[in-house]
Ligand binder design. Structure first.
Ligand SMILES: Cc1cn([C@@H]2O[C@H](COP(=O)(O)OP(=O)(O)OP(=O)(O)O)[C@@H](O)[C@H]2O)c(=O)[nH]c1=O
Length: 632
C-alpha cells in the first residue's frame, strides 16, 4: 500500500486537527503530516439514545467537533483551513457507550464493566474540506468509523484501583489507555490498534485515497449533509500535482534509501515520481535512472536539522519581548511592532512569520497575535512563564552548545570557549552580577513552577508536618506544597545571595500558610529540622564527592521514619530516554543524570529505604524514600 502519495496530497494544504488529544497529534505527526491543532469547543453531549448504533454517535460527534472548528476559524479568526479533521473515540459494551470518566468512581464503574469481557472501541472520523467563496464557508464532509475489538483479562479489584490511582484512565474513553499501563489489562485486540489509541490511521489513509484518487467519478464516496450549506462537489480536491494519476499506477518496491534507512519506494509507472514529505518534494533517482521516493521519509532527521533555527527564533522573539508586547496590544502589524521595539521591519516580519509557522503566533489580516500557549508560557509575567528559562537557554546554554564538538572531544565543560572564563570564575559572576543572578533564578523559577504541582502530588505527603526544600531557590515548589498540604510547614534553605533576591518571585495575594526562607549552604551549614527533606534538581548537578557530603548530612539529621523527596528527570534503564534529560547531559557538568535503579542504589547507600519512583510525565519525576528505622 503506497500511503505516502495519499498523505502527500495534504502537503500544501492548511490542515487542522480539531482535537486536543495528544495521542491523535502523535499518530499524525509520526507519519510526517504537518498540521495545526485547534481543539474543538463542541461539547460531547449528543443524546446517545437517539442513535441506532454506538458508532453513529461517534461519527456524529467527530463531525460536530470538526464543524465547530471550521466555522470558528472562518468567522472568528478569518482563516479558512483547507482540511479539518475531527475524531471521537468511544468504548461500547453491552450496547452502552462509555466516554471519558468524570472521576475515579466513574473510572472504576467503567473498568468493572469491561473486566473479563470483550468490548468494541469505535473511533468516528470526519474530514472536512473547506473553502471560502465570497466570504461564505463551503464545506464537503467525508466521514467513516473503525471498530476494534478488545478483551480485558479477569482483573482483581486491587489491580483496578491501583490502575485508577495511576491517573491514566481520566482522559481516556472507557477509562483506559491501551498504549500505556492499560496495555497490561488487555488479553487480545482484534483490529487496528491505533484505532483504540484514538485514530484509525490505516482507514484514514484509505479514505484519502478514495478522495484523491477516485477509481472512477461515479464511485466517489463524498457525503453531503443537510446540516451544512449545500455546495457543488468540488471539481478537484487534489493539489493539482498529479490530477490524472490513478492510485493503481503506483507499485511498491522495497529498497534502502540514500540514508541507509530501510524503506519502501513508490514507483510511478509514468517515470515521474517524488518523495513526499511535509512541506516539499524531493526527487530521487536509482541506478536505473528511474525516479523513486522513499516511503519512510526522514522527516524526523530533517526536523532535527532545522531544530536550531526554530530554537533561535523562539529565543530571539522572547528576548525582544514580542510575546509581552502582543499580549498587551495584539493583533499588530509587523511595522508597528518593529517601530515599538526598535528593530528592522523586514527582519521583524520574517521573525513574526517564523513564529506563526511554529505555532507561537497567529497571523490574520489584522496582524499578529499570541496563541493561547504563548500567552501562558512565553509572556514574562504569565503564571507558568518559561521566559526566564528561555533567556537562560539563549544567553548561557546556546554558547555552550555551539562548542559541543570540543566538549565531546575534551570531555568537559566549555565555559572558557563560550564565555572566555572558567566555570569557577563564572560562578563568581553569579555572586557579583545582579543581572546574571536574576536570570539564573528566573530560569530555575520557570521550571520549578511548571513542575511543582506534579512533584507535590506524585506521592501523598499529608503524613508530614514539616518539610525543608534544600536549594529551593525562589520557593516555587514550597508554595505549591503548602497549597496542596495546608498542614505542612515548608522551609526553603538556600544560599544567602539567593534568599536576598526572592521577593520578585513571591506570589502576590494572601497566603494563609506562608513559606519560611532560611539562608545557608547545604554543604557546610546545619540543616533546618524537618520530617521531609526535598532535593529538587540538585543531585544531577553535582559530582559524586559533593553528593556524598550532602546525602550523608541529610541522612544524619533524618530521624527514623523521616523521608527524602528527590525531584529529577529519571532516565529509563537504558539511559536513552527521556531525551530532554539525556540532552541536558551534553552540558558536561560534573554531575550526571541517573536511571531509577541508580537513584535507588544511591539513596539506599545513605540509609534510605522503601525507595519509590513516580514517573510524572512532566519534566521532573519524583523519588520518595524513608530513613531506615533503627530496628531494620
Ligand atoms: C480506549 C483509549 C482511548 N484513548 C483516548 O481517549 C480519548 C477519547 O476521547 P475523545 O473525546 O475522543 O477525544 P479527546 O481526548 O477528548 O480530544 P478531542 O478530540 O479534543 O475531543 C482520546 O484522547 C484517545 O486518544 C487512549 O489514549 N487510549 C485508549 O486505549
Amino acid at each position: 500500500m503506497a500511503l505516502h502519495p495519499v498523505l502527500g496530497k495534504l502537503v500544501r494544504k492548511r490542515v487542522v486537527l480539531a482535537s486536543a488529544s495528544p495521542r491523535r497529534q502523535e499518530i499524525l505527526t509520526n507519519v510526517g503530516l504537518r498540521f495545526e491543532v485547534v481543539p474543538s469547543w463542541f461539547k460531547e453531549t449528543l443524546e446517545k439514545s437517539s442513535f441506532a448504533a454506538p458508532y453513529e454517535y461517534a461519527v456524529e460527534t467527530a463531525k460536530q467537533k470538526a464543524l465547530e472548528v471550521a466555522n470558528r476559524m472562518h468567522v472568528k479568526h478569518l482563516r479558512t483551513p483547507d482540511v479539518v479533521i475531527g475524531a471521537d473515540t468511544i468504548v461500547s459494551v453491552d450496547e452502552q457507550i462509555l466516554e471519558k470518566p468524570v472521576d475515579k468512581q466513574d473510572a472504576y464503574r467503567m473498568l468493572s464493566r469491561l473486566n473479563g469481557k470483550e468490548h468494541s472501541v469505535f473511533t468516528g472520523v470526519a474530514i472536512i474540506h473547506c473553502r471560502s467563496k465570497d466570504n461564505q464557508l463551503e464545506m464537503e464532509i467525508t466521514d467513516f468509523y473503525e471498530e476494534t475489538k478488545v478483551k480485558f483479562s479477569e482483573l482483581s479489584e486491587e489491580l483496578l484501583w491501583e490502575y485508577i490511582h495511576s491517573g491514566e484512565p481520566m482522559d481516556k474513553a472507557g477509562g483506559y489507555g491501551i498504549q500505556a499501563l492499560g496495555g497490561m489489562l488487555v488479553e487480545y485486540v482484534h483490529g487496528d490498534f491505533l484505532n483504540v489509541v484514538g485514530f484509525p490511521l490505516n482507514h484514514f489513509c484509505k479514505k484519502l485515497a478514495e478522495l484523491y484518487y477516485p477509481p472512477s467519478k461515479h464511485n466517489v464516496q463524498h457525503k453531503k449533509y443537510d446540516s451544512i450549506p449545500s455546495v457543488d462537489t468540488f471539481e478537484n480536491l487534489s493539489d493539482g500535482e498529479s490530477e490524472s494519476s490513478n492510485f493503481t499506477e503506483h507499485k511498491v518496491a522495497s529498497k534502502l534509501d540514500s540514508s541507509g534507512m530501510d524503506s519502501s519506494a513508490a514507483v510511478h509507472t509514468s517515470g515521474k515520481s517524488s518523495a513526499v514529505r511535509t512541506g516539499f518534494t524531493v526527487p530521487l533517482e536509482n541506478q536505473n535512472g528511474v525516479s523513486q521516493s522513499p516511503s519512510k521519509f526522514p522527516s524526523k532527521i530533517l526536523e532535527l536539522m532545522d531544530g536550531f533555527r526554530a530554537s533561535k527564533a523562539l529565543f530571539v522573539a522572547s528576548k525582544l519581548k514580542i510575546f509581552d508586547h502582543l499580549k498587551d496590544k495584539g493583533p499588530m502589524k509587523a511595522v508597528d511592532i518593529a517601530n515599538d521595539i526598535g528593530t528592522s521591519v523586514c527582519g521583524t516580519e520574517r521573525l513574526l512569520d517564523a513564529c506563526a509557522s511554529l505555532g507561537l503566533l497567529e497571523k490574520t489580516p489584522q496582524g499578529y497575535s499570541n496563541t493561547d500557549s504563548a500567552n501562558t508560557f512565553l509572556t514574562s509575567d504569565g503564571k507558568y512563564s518559561l521566559h526566564g528559562y528561555i533567556i537562560h537557554s539563549n544567553d548561557h546554554l546556546w554558547p555552550l552548545f555551539t562548542n559541543l564538538e570540543s566538549a565531546v572531544k575534551e570531555g568537559g565543560r566549555q565555559n572558557h570557549r563560550a564565555f572566555g572564563k572558567k566555570a569557577d570564575d563564572l560562578f563568581k559572576d553569579y555572586y557579583h552580577s545582579q543581572e546574571v543572578k536574576q536570570r539564573f533564578m528566573a530560569a530555575m523559577h520557570s521550571i520549578a513552577h511548571l513542575t511543582a504541582r506534579d512533584v507535590a502530588t506524585a506521592f501523598d505527603l499529608s503524613q508530614f508536618k514539616s518539610a525543608c526544600d534544600l536549594g529551593g531557590c525562589t520557593g516555587a515548589l514550597a508554595h505549591e506544597l503548602v497549597q496542596v498540604y495546608p498542614n505542612l510547614k515548608v522551609t526553603v534553605f538556600d544560599l544567602p545571595e539567593v534568599i536576598a533576591n526572592i521577593s520578585y518571585f513571591q506570589p502576590s495575594g494572601q497566603h494563609p500558610a506562608p513559606v519560611t526562607f532560611v539562608s545557608g549552604d547545604f554543604f557546610k551549614d546545619n540543616l533546618p529540622e524537618a520530617d521531609l527533606y526535598i532535593l529538587s534538581r540538585v543531585l544531577h548537578d553535582w559530582p559524586d564527592e559533593k553528593i556524598h557530603v550532602l546525602l550523608s548530612k541529610i541522612s544524619a539529621v533524618c530521624r527514623p521514619g523521616s523521608a527524602l523527596l528527590v525531584a529529577e528527570t529519571v532516565l529509563d534503564e537504558q539511559k536513552t530516554n527521556p531525551s530532554v534529560a539525556v540532552l541536558q547531559s551534553l552540558s558536561m557538568t560534573e554531575g550526571k543524570q541517573r536511571s531509577g535503579s541508580e537513584y535507588k542504589q544511591l539513596l539506599e547507600k545513605y540509609g534510605f529505604t522503601d525507595v519509590q519512583i513516580k514517573i510524572t510525565g512532566n519534566l521532573l519525576d519524583a523519588v520518595l524514600c524513608f530513613k531506615k528505622s533503627l530496628s531494620l
